[in-house]
Design a protein around this ligand. Structure first.
Ligand SMILES: Nc1ncnc2c1ncn2[C@@H]1O[C@H](COP(=O)(O)OP(=O)(O)OP(=O)(O)O)[C@@H](O)[C@H]1O
Length: 390
C-alpha cells in the first residue's frame, strides 16, 4: 500500500503547520518591553522552525546588539513557545537586526509621520499637561510622577518628558535611576516604569552640572528632539515636568506644544503665591491655557486627628483666585496634597505612593486629580478647526 505513508506525511506536515501557527499566536502575545508592541508586529521573529521530533526553534531578532531588554524578551519568547510545545522542547536563536531591518522598523513605528515631525501636534488626540511651579522644591516632580502612574493605573497610555534641567528627578522617582534609553536607528526608545514611558534630560548627561549650564537654544533643541525622536507611540496623556520659574523651557514648550495645558504646583504658604502666579502668567503669555492649581505640602495629619499646618494655609486657593482674574473660565484648585511620610518614602525608593500606599491621604488626593484628567476629553485648545471663517 502506497497511500498510507503519503497520508502520514500529510498529517505530519499539517501538524508542523499547526504547531507553527500556534507558536506564532503565542509569540503575538509577547511584547517588546520598550516599544510595547507585539514582537511579531515588529519584525523581531525571524522564523519558527519545527523539527521532526516536535522541537521548535524560534529565531529572535533584537533591535540592537546589547539591547537592555534582551534577556527579558528571550525569556518571554521561550516561555511563550514552551506554552505550546512543552517545557524542554523549545529553543531561541538570537540575532540582531540588520541596519535595513532597523530602518524598516523605525519607518513602521513612525507610521507615515515625517522623520522630523512631532506626534504631539495640536491635532493629535494626546492631551498634554505641563506641570510647573514658581520655585523649586515644592513637590512638582513628585506630583508629576504620581499623576502619571495613577493615570496609567486607570488604563491610560502615559508618557513623561522630564524637562527639569535643574533637578531631573523623575527617573529616580519612578525607579529608573541610571536607566538609559535604547537608540534604534534615529529613534529613541524611552525606558518604561510602572507602565509610564519616561524620557529625561538626566538620561543624556553623565554630569548633572553640564545640563544646568545649558541656555535657551540648547534646551529648545533638546526638548524639540524629545518630542520628535522619542518613540512614545499613541499616548492618551503626555506630562511635562518643567523647571521651576519662568525660564527658557516654558517658552520653548509654549512654541512647541501650544495646546499644552498648565498645572501650577504651589505650597500653602501665601508668600509663595507671587512666584507661583508668575509661572502661570508666563505660561499664559506663551499661549498656553492654565488648567488648574495643585497645593502640595498642605497640613500634616497628627495622631490626635488635628492638622499641623507646617507651611501655613490658603496658598493654593490664592494662586487659583489670582490666575482666574479676567478669565472666562476660572482656574480651579484641583486638590490639596497633604504632607506625607509615605509619599516622601515612595519617591526615595522609586515606588510612587499612589502604588505603594494607595490609601494614604496624599495618594487619595493625587488619584482624584488623575481620575479628573482621565475623564476629560481632549478639548479644542490649540486645535485647528475643520472649517475656516467665511
Ligand atoms: N506632600 C509631600 N509630603 C512630604 N514630602 C514631600 C511632599 N511633596 C514633596 N515632598 C518631598 O519634597 C522634596 C522635593 O520634592 P520634588 O523634588 O518633587 O520637588 P520639585 O518641586 O520637583 O523640586 P525641583 O523643581 O527643585 O526639582 C522631595 O524630597 C519630596 O519627597
Amino acid at each position: 500500500m502506497t497511500a498510507e505513508p503519503a497520508a502520514a506525511e500529510t498529517a505530519a506536515a499539517e501538524t508542523t503547520d499547526a504547531v507553527r501557527e500556534r507558536v506564532q499566536a503565542a509569540l503575538a502575545r509577547v511584547q517588546d518591553p520598550e516599544i510595547r508592541r507585539p514582537i511579531t508586529e515588529l519584525g523581531m521573529v525571524a522564523g519558527i522552525d519545527v523539527a521532526a521530533a516536535g522541537r521548535v526553534t524560534v529565531g529572535l531578532k533584537l533591535t540592537i546588539a546589547g539591547c537592555p531588554a534582551a534577556t527579558r524578551i528571550e525569556q518571554d519568547v521561550l516561555s511563550a513557545t514552551e506554552s505550546v510545545v512543552g517545557a524542554g522542547n523549545a529553543a531561541v536563536d538570537v540575532s540582531v537586526m540588520t541596519p535595513a531591518e532597523r530602518t524598516a522598523l523605525t519607518e513602521r513605528l513612525r507610521a507615515g509621520r515625517p522623520r522630523k515631525g512631532t506626534a504631539f501636534t495640536p491635532e493629535s488626540l494626546t492631551r498634554v499637561y505641563a506641570v510647573t511651579s514658581g520655585k523649586g522644591g515644592v513637590g512638582k516632580s513628585t506630583i508629576t510622577a504620581n499623576l502619571a502612574v495613577a493615570l496609567a493605573r486607570e488604563g491610560l497610555r502615559v508618557g513623561i518628558v522630564d524637562a527639569d534641567v535643574y533637578g531631573f528627578s523623575i527617573p529616580a522617582l519612578l525607579g529608573l535611576a541610571g536607566a538609559k534609553p535604547t537608540q534604534v536607528g534615529d529613534m529613541i526608545l524611552p525606558p518604561v516604569a510602572h507602565d509610564v514611558k519616561v524620557i529625561s534630560i538626566g538620561m543624556f548627561v553623565d554630569d548633572p552640572s553640564v545640563a544646568v549650564a545649558w541656555r535657551g537654544p540648547m534646551l529648545h533643541r533638546t526638548i524639540s528632539q524629545f518630542l520628535t525622536d522619542v518613540y512614545f507611540g499613541d499616548l492618551d496623556i503626555l506630562l511635562l515636568d518643567l523647571p521651576p520659574g519662568t525660564g527658557d523651557v516654558a517658552i520653548s514648550v509654549g512654541q512647541l506644544l501650544p495646546h499644552a495645558e498648565v498645572i501650577v504646583v504651589t505650597t500653602p504658604q501665601p508668600a509663595a503665591a507671587d512666584v507661583a502666579e508668575r509661572s502661570g502668567v508666563v505660561a499664559r503669555q506663551t499661549g498656553q491655557k492654565i488648567y488648574g492649581v495643585i497645593e502640595n505640602m498642605a497640613g500634616l495629619p497628627q495622631p490626635d486627628g488635628s492638622i499641623l499646618e507646617l507651611f501655613g494655609s490658603g496658598g493654593g486657593a490664592e494662586v487659583a483666585r489670582r490666575l482666574s482674574a479676567g478669565q472666562d473660565e476660572p482656574v480651579t484648585l484641583l486638590t490639596q496634597v497633604p504632607l506625607s511620610v509615605p509619599l516622601r518614602e515612595g519617591g526615595d525608593h522609586g515606588h510612587p505612593v499612589v502604588l505603594a500606599a494607595p490609601d494614604d491621604p496624599a495618594s487619595l488626593a493625587l488619584s482624584g486629580v488623575a481620575r479628573l484628567l482621565a475623564t476629560r476629553s481632549r478639548g479644542l485648545a490649540g486645535r485647528r478647526l475643520p472649517f475656516s471663517p467665511a
